[in-house]
Write a protein that binds this ligand. Structure first.
Ligand code: 5RP
Length: 229
């Protein structure tokens, strides 16, 4: 059922794709649906070139024979289509559930437009039920984590964090870094939290995407909701 909603959202996002576009391909189960639909359009004659936001998406795109390039070769992109873990009414996001937040943010930042696709369960009043992923340098990571908790406490956010594990080993990102997931309650000021966290040495990037999404497409049961900035 939730997969159907993801497909409905991905199908709507395809309407934004035009010939000759340079497109960022997101990461996750919803973004994968978009990538699959896009590959069918390419077979039918659509001419686009894409930049993947993770090694996982790159693998899928290669399997589907989608032409790939890099940001440095293409310059800015026309459009990126990606998923999200949470979206609020201001179109602020928490991303990084799949661990690709750094590359996703780089690609989104270098795209003229960011379209987010998700099932309607991702829409929230306030961000923060989903733990905020923060990508951290391996070097002295526990000290960096402590410093993040301290700095968050100074601005009124109290909570705890957990190093992300995969198969009982530390999860390693495509960039070779670690992720800590922060449970800090409702995030009332995503802009400030984003700024404070990213100012701490050793923090590579965090999962708050503020002022980045232009359009959010939510797949619902047999329906769709499109929210524009
Ligand atoms: C990966 C992400 C994903 O977009 C996010 O986790 C949503 O994934 P899904 O579509 O599988 O629910 O940010 O880093």
């Amino acid at each position: 059922m939730s997969q159907d909603k993801k497909i409905i959202a991905a199908e709507k996002a395809i309407e934004y794709v035009k010939n000759d576009m340079k497109i960022g391909l997101g990461t996750g189960s919803t973004a994968d649906e978009f990538t699959k639909i896009l590959s069918k359009k390419i077979i039918e004659g659509l001419d686009v070139i894409c930049v993947p936001t993770s090694k996982k998406t790159e693998k899928l795109a290669i399997e589907l024979s989608i032409p790939l390039s890099t940001l440095s070769e293409l310059g800015s992109l026309d459009l990126t289509v990606d998923g999200t873990d949470e979206v609020d009414s201001n179109l602020s996001l928490i991303k990084g559930g799949g661990g690709a937040l750094l590359r996703e943010k780089i690609i989104a930042y270098n795209s003229k437009s960011l379209i987010i696709i998700a099932d309607d369960s991702k829409k929230v009043k306030k961000l923060g039920d989903f733990k905020l992923p923060i990508e951290i340098s391996k070097f002295e990571h526990s000290t960096i984590n402590d410093k993040i908790l301290l700095k968050l406490e100074e601005i009124g956010y109290f909570g705890e964090s957990f190093i992300r594990k995969l198969n009982s080993k530390n999860f390693i990102t495509d960039g070779g870094n670690l992720i800590y997931d922060f449970s800090i309650g409702s995030i009332e000021e995503p802009y400030m939290v984003n700024q404070i966290v990213n100012s701490i040495p050793g923090v590579i990037e965090n999962g708050l995407f503020v002022d980045m999404a232009d359009v959010v497409i939510l797949g619902k049961k047999g329906d769709i909701e499109v929210i524009k900035r």
